[in-house]
Design a protein around this ligand. Sequence first.
Ligand SMILES: [Zn+2]
Length: 428
Amino acid sequence: MTAYDLVVRDARLRHGSARPLSAEVRSIGIADGMIAEITDTPLDGDVVIDAGGGLVTRSFVDAHLHLDKVHTWERTGGRARDAYAGGAMGAAATAIELASQVKDDYDEAVIADRARGVLLDGLRNGVTHVRAFADTDTRAGLRGVRPLLALRDELRGLVHIEVVAFPQDGLLRDPGAIDVVDEALRLGADVVGGIPWIEDTDREAQAHIDHAFDLAQRHDRPVAMLTDDAGDADLRTTAMLATTAIDRGWQGRVAACHARAVGLYPRPRVGRLVRLARRAGMAFVTNPHTAPLALPVATLLDAGLPVALGQDDIADAYYPFGQHHLLEVALLAAHALDMTAPVDMERLLDMITVHPRTVLGLDARAVVTGVPADLVVLDGIDAREALTRHRPPTHVFRDGRPVAATVITSDITIPEPNPTAASGRRPD
Ligand SMILES: [Zn+2]
């Protein structure tokens, strides 16, 4: 019998959203970091881990996290949150201006420490891949990007990190930001960011997108933008982004994040956007837990578009909570998006496992032979139990190696019922 590097036995597998709630118990053989065999017969391995009948899925991927700003809530006192979540016209742009103040005293060592803590917390919660946005503009300079690039190297093999050079304050509103993003890409940033909707006119929003694509094509990078992130149905930079990806031949390398205004579009306009997004190979990332109003997620999923859930914020100017915990994000999304039917629970798991892999351009298949063995063993036998408990996985594997485990101890002994004592009669 082949001895695998690692065997995960007594693992319950999903069959994806096509067949919700069906599952079966298998052994998974892993060699050279890849899933080599899935069988219902026992397997031999150098390391054998018992999943205890728990659900085993691909590990979690966070496709949208503002990692340079984590744990800055104390500094900003939530004023930006009030403007962002308040819903008034233009208030989200005001929030960005308020939050921007935190960058005046950006310290690279402090950013690195906070970000490292969040990434390791995330790893315990099963998050093995992160697309990390770093403000890259004339106010932050490269002080947000550099520590994240260093962490990408430091944590290689544990957490896969993509750094997005993100001009949070705009490209036209912040003259000079283009050069800072260009410099970040030279330093090795992985993705070109953008936020076209905060420019002052549609023409300037399109110019923002064009500048970003010029950089993306010069440096051969994918594009991830925050689009239409306010309660204004007239915003349409999500469609502009898709159209530009098609015009530039950048299909399959573009993601729209937030895009909350799409939730206010009349149905025909959503239909047009869906068709454009399909042609552009555009993926979406949503974070309905951080603010009211969200993408029409079910409509996009029904149309076959990939939609991922992102953590977005962790205790920063926009959002007071967050612990880099995508099962928690999925449970919050279940409520915010009214996704509590069995088929929805499967979709929520897809939104933190396979869809974000599409966003990052990774192998987005479920647990099948031939995929990288980035896996989690969940505390629960199915999607409903895993979401209900939303506890850290009992085991986390990266490239076929155990990288985190949560030990459940049961040192509380529940006394046996004692009918003798209850009746007040002393034993003979
Ligand atoms: Zn965001």
